[in-house]
Design a protein around this ligand. Structure first.
Ligand SMILES: [Zn+2]
Length: 173
């Protein structure tokens, strides 16, 4: 039998379904609209992903997406409840302690923390709904080789969709 020091550590993770519900409400409001074309009328539910996110099909542009598509939480190795837990705890708990509680690699948790800081600025001011509402599409595009614009993390991270169009005119010529 393995003896683990961690037996005494209890981690209270939120319910995954509640996390997704909260994420949906923050991202979409009452009606889910397509993350690609913005249509909401012919979006239908199409099962769930392996991680438990609701999957949708947009009849307007014939694409599939899910609760996480284009969000800060997409393409992460952590389940949604652990990410919500980390966002809540990182304001006051050291990264090493969170990694130990979740039995995750310190590096992985630290990377998540850095991404959060890049998105939201100081973690002291971090609000979960900001993270849920933040659109990450341009951040992942940056990782694929497009140069990141020289803006502060705060203004980048909290930019809303309708502000993106106007920001395009700010390009250097
Ligand atoms: Zn669509």
């Amino acid at each position: 039998m393995l003896l683990m020091d961690r037996d005494s550590v209890e981690v209270f993770l939120p319910d995954p379904d509640e996390c997704y519900e909260r994420l949906r409400r923050a991202r979409f409001g009452a009606t889910v609209s397509c993350v690609y074309c913005g249509e909401s009328d012919p979006v239908i539910k199409k099962g769930t992903t392996g991680k438990g996110a609701q999957q949708y099909r947009c009849k307007e542009c014939e694409t599939y997406f899910n609760d996480l598509t284009g969000s800060f939480f997409e393409h992460r190795k952590f389940p949604i409840e652990e990410m919500f837990y980390m966002i809540k705890e990182m304001r006051s708990v050291p990264t090493a302690q969170i990694a130990s509680e979740l039995e995750r690699d310190y590096e992985a948790v630290l990377n998540f923390r850095h991404d959060l800081q890049e998105l939201c600025g100081e973690l002291d001011d971090l609000v979960l709904s900001d993270v849920c509402e933040a659109d990450e599409i341009y951040v992942t595009a940056g990782e694929k080789g497009i140069e990141k614009e020289d803006e502060s993390p705060r203004s980048r991270g909290l930019k809303k969709r309708d502000e993106e169009a106007s920001s395009r005119t700010n390009r250097q010529s």
